[in-house]
Design a protein around this ligand. Structure first.
Ligand code: MEV
Length: 436
């Protein structure tokens, strides 16, 4: 086992690679050689990537794919997607094409408030604290004026500060709960900076205040941080058509298909085993757009799954209804994203994605992302209640199995025809390679 290393980040790239190779990879030079293959020849691009993360020694590629025909609020989008899951883009393209001829997606942003909290402990009189907070809210907001100036010019900024007393649940625990409007940015840095200023000012005002006894001036700020739970930053997309317009799907009548499809949604609504997988399918599409547009998919994932449990039980995020002969599915999710700030104007591929989407506002991008999530959900459940998921999955996975077993180009070219009517699995791929 190697000794603990101090100052790894200070080593040069070569030194870092040498150290890792010596200590973890038996001095094999394969590590360095593969890392080098993945470096970009363009020094400017490589230096952007190096600057994105500490200790970066190479790049990690994922496929960058395109899914056309996304008709959203009557606008036709070509959506950039970054995902390693082979069937996701095929499923999305299938879904977007299907719904293009049936009116496309309708989508709207319902609300766009983000929040953050100053979490603190206070041992004095609760009413005193409440009165003091109400009297000083404007001072707390004024303290952030310098950093909120640009955001206020664009119509955003801090919209509300509330004191929340949670001392019955946790001894002496209170929050300053702050609402923000961050317009086209996700706003994480903006929110966190404001909260830290508010926390300092709150502390200072309390120390200077004549309203508190000396013994009460013992406010202890635990932390100041945005919340990735954004139930007031919501978008909803839907798809609908007459049942008959669904057409025959894999030989199943439209009515039967609609009923089977709704049956699957009903299950996801009551059973957590199914709900989590149902929602994972939705996130397959959502994450792929979040990554291609440089958004924080971890933040969205965390917020979305908490939202799925907002009624005290984890449920499906999407809904399906059949009313008066109309088949409808909809998806309502919290989405805190941005089209400016972060890496949106740093990462060349992210800039390209936003250009491809015609430089969307954050509202536009929320509508696109939610629609893509719904499209993915439709495609997955459509397969599940008809052919089963493995048919499409394994077809897309065939190429992975072939590459894993060192197929040559000729074998890969022949494989599609060969497997058209056969099961695809490791053994059948091995048999095919032995024979061809
Ligand atoms: C696989 O990545 C996603 C699905 O499992 C989603 C679903 O079951 O709805 C196919």
């Amino acid at each position: 086992m190697p000794d603990k290393i101090i100052g790894f980040s200070k080593l040069s790239r070569d030194e870092k690679i040498r150290w890792v190779t010596k200590n973890y990879l038996d001095n094999s030079n394969v590590f360095e050689s593969i890392l080098n293959k993945y470096l970009n020849d363009d020094e400017d691009i490589q230096s952007i990537h190096n600057s994105l993360s500490e200790n970066a020694v190479s790049n990690f590629y994922l496929p960058y794919s395109i899914s056309p025909n996304f008709l959203i609020n009557n606008k036709n989008y070509c959506v950039p997607l970054v995902t390693e899951e082979s069937s996701v883009v095929a499923a999305l393209s299938n879904s977007s094409k299907f719904w293009y001829d049936r009116g496309g997606f309708k989508s709207k942003v319902i609300s766009k408030i983000k929040t953050g909290q100053v979490h603190f402990k206070y041992n004095g009189n609760a009413e005193n604290l409440e009165k003091f907070t109400n009297e000083n809210k404007h001072r707390l907001i004024e303290a952030t004026d310098r950093i909120t100036e640009k955001m206020r010019e664009r119509g955003g900024g801090i919209s509300k500060i509330q004191l929340i007393n949670r001392s019955t649940e946790l001894n002496s625990y209170y929050q300053l709960h702050v609402d923000f409007k961050t317009i086209d940015s996700m706003g994480a840095n903006f929110i966190n900076s404001c909260l830290e200023i508010i926390a300092n000012k709150f502390n200072q005002l309390m120390n200077d205040s004549p309203h508190f006894k000396e013994s009460e001036k013992n406010l202890e700020v635990i932390m100041s941080i945005l919340s990735n739970y954004t139930p007031e930053c919501i978008v909803e997309s839907s798809l609908e058509c007459k049942i008959g317009d669904l057409g025959n799907i894999y030989g199943i009548s439209p009515k039967e298909f609609a009923l089977r499809f709704k049956g699957a949604f009903d299950i996801a609504n009551i059973d957590i085993n199914r709900a989590v997988t149902h929602n994972k399918g939705i996130m397959n599409g959502i994450d792929a757009v979040l990554i291609s547009t440089g958004n924080d998919f971890r933040a969205v994932e965390a917020g979305v799954h908490a939202f799925a449990s907002r009624k005290g039980k984890y449920k499906s995020l999407s809904e399906c209804s059949i009313i008066d002969n109309i088949f409808k599915i909809s998806l309502k999710i919290p989405l805190s994203i941005g089209t400016v700030g972060g890496i949106t104007d740093v990462h060349p591929m992210v800039k390209l994605s936003l250009q491809l989407l015609k430089n969307p506002t954050s509202d536009d991008l929320m509508n696109i992302i939610c629609s893509v999530g719904l499209a993915q959900n439709f495609a997955a459940v459509k397969s599940l209640v008809t052919t089963g998921i493995q048919k499409g999955h394994m077809k897309m996975h065939l190429i992975n199995l072939l590459i894993k077993q060192n197929a040559n180009k000729d074998q890969i070219d022949k494989s599609e025809e060969y497997f058209r009517d056969k099961d695809i699995n490791s053994q059948s791929v091995k048999d095919f390679l032995d024979q061809n």
